[in-house]
Write a protein that binds this ligand. Structure first.
Ligand code: GDP
Length: 224
């Protein structure tokens, strides 16, 4: 008997999941607030996903690609907001939190420490936080500042999922190496999600898969 596609899957994932992701990210995405300290955090009524990564990792570009809008990154990059945690309501189903970039090469550890203070304030007791997307450049793999942040997230017991960015800038063999190295780094980390998502904001690679992964964390759609 010929094989049948009984589980409705293709090479990139479950079609229903991809459709759920598409539907979620087709919704309106509205800026809620920028928080400079714990008192400025919005209420945690919605499931929340935060985006973190080293400065220049491609976070703004990825957020733009995910939401299909330029609003998010533009808002987050407004002077005065770059050191804040910026919150966006995605269709009343998911809160997106854009965390400040960390780890400039020259300031390294100090930068990570200050990032950590603000961010750890946020992480502690943020019951609504479902996951952190930890963005890592596919050309470089996890660097010492990324590993420090992973250790902080492990300590806070917040699940983080590695999202490799700028995949279009690497050759397939180098990308495979980076994936293997990254998998090795997260293998023994208690709070790391085992699935690594490879993306390119420029080519659109992995965007549908990331949307699907995030849709699985969102509040159910209200049927009217
Ligand atoms: P952020 O500082 O993490 O928000 O990074 P940006 O989104 O501003 O991106 C930093 C630089 O990387 C910019 O020059 C982007 O055009 C570039 N970039 C971001 N994502 C991609 C990508 O997927 N592919 C390529 N080729 N370049 C990218």
């Amino acid at each position: 008997m010929p094989p049948t596609d009984t589980d409705n899957t293709d090479d990139t994932g479950d079609i229903d999941d991809l459709e759920q992701g598409r539907l979620l990210f087709a919704r309106e995405c509205l800026f809620v607030t920028g928080a400079a300290d714990r008192d400025g955090l919005p209420s945690g009524d919605l499931p929340e996903v935060a985006f973190a990564g080293r400065s220049n990792v491609g976070k703004s570009s990825l957020l733009n690609a995910l939401t299909g809008r330029k609003t998010l990154a533009r808002t987050s990059n407004t002077p005065g907001r770059t050191r804040q945690l910026n919150f966006f309501d995605l269709g009343g189903r998911l809160m997106l939190a854009d965390l400040p970039g960390y780890g400039y090469a020259r300031t390294g550890r100090a930068e990570v420490r200050s990032w950590t203070r603000l961010t750890m304030d946020y992480l502690r007791g943020r019951v609504s936080l479902r996951r952190i997307c930890l963005l890592i450049d596919a050309r470089h793999g996890p660097k010492p500042p990324d590993k420090e942040v992973m250790a902080q997230l492990d300590a806070a017991a917040v699940v983080y999922q590695v999202v490799l960015t700028k995949a279009d800038k690497t050759r397939p063999a180098a990308l495979a190496e980076c994936l293997a190295a990254t998998a090795g780094v997260i293998a023994k980390r208690p709070a790391a999600h085992p699935d690594i998502i490879v993306t390119s904001a420029v080519k659109g690679t992995g965007i549908a898969d990331l949307r699907a992964a995030l849709a699985a964390l969102a509040a159910p759609a209200v049927i009217r």
